[in-house]
Design a protein around this ligand. Structure first.
Ligand SMILES: [Ca+2]
Ligand SMILES: [Ca+2]
Length: 230
């Protein structure tokens, strides 16, 4: 539950626990096969597992403040995203746990006969672009695999495909440069009998105006023309 942008957080407010309480099983979370991004309670402690596993879950009604939650066990097996929707539809959200008392309260609503882990509201976004909300990915087959549990940064190979790698390896890198775009509007009056809505005529005029711009030494521009009848 660190402050990193892809750290574990609670679904109800998508934020970290300000009090810092956590109750992971020893050596968890371990993100096996780089595919464990949702949290369960198992024997009163937490583990990260595959979000598409179908499991029972615990919802809560109440406030995000400690001690103000009523927990409810739902025995229907669902994947984490469906369990989240169910809790939000019928209760406040998937279980949020702020301290030891709340952890005990969640554990106490899970029937002792439950032989599997139980979803709680823990989740994380494993990969994010720094400084961008882009969701585009281009992973190589089998990647990311978090090999040896230490691959938390991404590289692009000569085949343009991505692989997760150890962040401490020294490698060449790409930087990002944002180009500023300027928009200019020019009003032209044409006297012509041609049909200006004809795509052929449209392209002819764009090409001729573009050629004039190039004659004047302009290199990087895009022309858009909107005919208006007078
Ligand atoms: Ca795990
Ligand atoms: Ca890898």
């Amino acid at each position: 539950m660190e402050n990193g942008f892809n750290s574990w957080r609670w679904s109800v407010n998508n934020t970290l626990n300000p009090g810092g309480y956590q109750n992971w099983t020893l050596n968890k979370p371990d993100n096996v096969n780089a595919s464990e991004h949702c949290g369960i309670m198992w024997n009163g402690q937490w583990d990260d597992v595959f979000c598409n596993d179908a499991l029972p879950f615990v919802c809560f009604n109440g406030s995000t403040d400690p001690g103000l939650k009523n927990y409810t066990f739902v025995s229907t097996n669902m994947m984490w995203p469906q369990a989240l929707s169910h809790c939000r539809q019928h209760y406040t959200d998937l279980a949020m746990i702020m301290d030891e008392d709340e952890n005990t309260a969640v554990a106490s609503v899970i029937p002792p006969s439950t032989a599997v882990g139980v979803w709680i509201g823990l989740h994380r976004n494993p990969w994010q672009w720094i400084g961008s909300g882009s969701r585009f990915t281009n992973w190589a087959t089998g990647q990311p695999d978090n090999n040896n549990g230490v691959e938390h940064c991404a590289i692009m190979d000569a085949d343009s495909l991505w692989r997760d790698e150890n962040c401490e390896l020294a490698r060449p890198f790409y930087c990002r440069h944002d180009f500023k775009t300027k928009v200019h509007r020019i009003k032209l009056t044409l006297q012509t009998g041609a049909n200006l809505s004809d795509p052929f005529v449209y392209n002819q005029i764009i090409q001729q105006i573009g050629a004039k711009f190039k004659d004047k030494g302009l290199a990087d521009f895009k022309l858009i023309w909107k005919p208006q009848k007078v």
